[in-house]
Design a binder for this molecule. Structure first.
Ligand SMILES: NC(=O)c1ccc[n+]([C@@H]2O[C@H](COP(=O)([O-])OP(=O)(O)OC[C@H]3O[C@@H](n4cnc5c(N)ncnc54)[C@H](O)[C@@H]3O)[C@@H](O)[C@H]2O)c1
Ligand SMILES: [Zn+2]
Ligand SMILES: [Zn+2]
Length: 397
């Protein structure tokens, strides 16, 4: 099969790999209909995540059709169209019983923190991902979710990660009616966090980024205020000025370890790797929230330490909540929101790219070129032939 593989920082390419096989009676093999590139893939692509191995196939956001199932699979069958949450989880361990699916105890032998994740580094189990024609899906009875007939596949693929993560970011902010919410990061996750904040009762939503086209998009899509941090000298002071000098009630970090905006953080976190990435947005979140406020972190940081102002968090009496999203927990409610028209996730898709052009797709998404917000990769066989000279790929569904 055709599969994207990692060759080292800033280098990915397609190779022909042998097809994945059923390795365990609970496995399924899924033929991928489409997959997305996520900001988390960029951390891998930039060489920020330890133990990212050459030859690994990325891709933790995918939907597809079940092509084979192991002997032990009871609730899924060949031909089912499924969306596959990015978390690999067993559904029955101590953590899964508490709906902490992202912290499953049985799917990642390498860590005591996060559970298994498709297409990530070996710190999350080393499973191959869905930026390929086929993917092995363990725990096929608990993880893949049937795609309802009335759900657009483009909405379905965004339910595997970006939308539930933005939603959980807002949820962990514990937003009270009328709260002012500041979201750092206007990528897909931050955009959905801003949109979700309104659903949870926010009275004001402000999104911070440096990329103008993304700020323009989120201003329209989520009807929020925006701040370009390149135009601001002191972020915490700026947010205080905007909020009667108290600070925001809730701050959300939807940026993670690839943040820009601070010379020292960028030097120590991204260039010298003396810490697990640049914690600039988290730093700003802690300093911009009011005393007694909430900071919600979904931006990803690596397993070692980061330079964050924990003393400020303590002295301000902040509540910090964070996690990888537990996707499956949010699906019923999010599907309701989509059906009711309150959320239109597919509107953030800007690029539909043949899987064969994966290297260009990563470059465009990483460098924020061509007004890129979210890229969907379409494997061969899942699209109609491209009409001559037409840019977007025509889809079968
Ligand atoms: N916790 C989870 O379950 C989970 C799931 C998906 C993604 N993530 C993480 O969420 C983050 C965002 O993902 P995405 O797909 O939206 O990524 P993205 O790369 O598309 O967006 C990140 C945005 O942050 C902006 N940015 C950089 N530095 C900033 C700063 N100091 N302040 C404000 N904005 C800044 C960038 O310009 C970019 O627009 C990533 O860290 C990703 O790994 C976490
Ligand atoms: Zn993701
Ligand atoms: Zn579990």
């Amino acid at each position: 099969m055709l599969a994207m593989t990692y060759r080292g920082p800033y280098r990915v390419r397609n190779v022909h790999k042998s097809d994945p096989q059923i390795e365990h009676p609970g496995d399924a093999i899924v033929r991928v209909m489409r997959s997305c590139i996520c900001g988390s893939d960029l951390h891998l692509y930039h060489g920020m995540v330890p133990d990212t191995r050459i030859g690994q196939t990325f891709g933790h956001e995918f939907i597809g059709v079940i092509e084979a199932v192991g002997d032990g699979v009871q609730h899924r069958k060949v031909g089912d169209r499924v969306l596959v949450p990015f978390n690999i989880f067993c559904g029955s361990c101590y953590f899964c019983q508490r709906e902490l699916y992202s912290n499953c105890h049985n799917t990642n032998p390498e860590a005591t923190a996060v559970g298994g994740i498709y297409g990530y580094s070996h710190t999350t189990g080393g499973y191959d991902g869905g930026q390929a024609e086929l993917v092995r899906v363990p725990m096929a009875d608990v993880d893949p979710t049937l795609i309802p007939d009335d759900l657009d596949p483009d909405d379905a693929v965004l339910l595997t990660d970006a939308l539930p993560t933005g939603y959980q970011a807002a949820e962990m902010g514990d937003i009270a009616e009328g709260d002012t919410v500041v979201v750092f990061g206007a990528g897909p996750v931050g955009i959905f966090a801003a949109k979700s904040a309104w659903l949870m009762g926010a009275g004001r939503v402000i999104v911070v980024d440096e990329v103008e086209y993304r700020l323009d998009f989120v201003r329209r899509y989520a009807q929020c205020e925006v701040v370009n941090f390149r135009e601001v000298e002191d972020m915490a002071l700026h947010i205080k000025k905007m909020t009667d000098w108290l600070g925001a009630d809730v701050c959300i970090d939807a940026v993670g370890c690839d943040a820009s905006g601070s010379f020292v953080q960028t030097l120590t976190g991204r260039a010298l790797k003396l810490q697990a990435g640049a914690a600039t947005a988290l730093h700003w979140a802690i300093n911009s929230v009011r005393k007694g406020g909430n900071v919600s972190i979904v931006g990803v940081y690596g397993p070692t330490f980061n330079a964050v102002p924990i003393g400020n968090a303590l002295n301000k009496g902040l509540t910090l909540r964070m996690n990888q999203a537990s996707v499956k927990r949010h699906l019923p409610r999010l599907i309701e929101h989509i059906r009711a028209g309150r959320l239109n996730p597919k509107e953030i898709i800007t690029h539909r790219v043949p899987l064969e052009e994966v290297a260009d797709a990563y470059h465009i998404f990483s460098s924020k070129l061509d007004n890129c917000i979210k890229t969907v990769l379409i494997p061969p066989g899942m699209r109609q032939p491209r009409p001559a000279a037409a840019a977007p790929t025509q889809l079968l569904h």
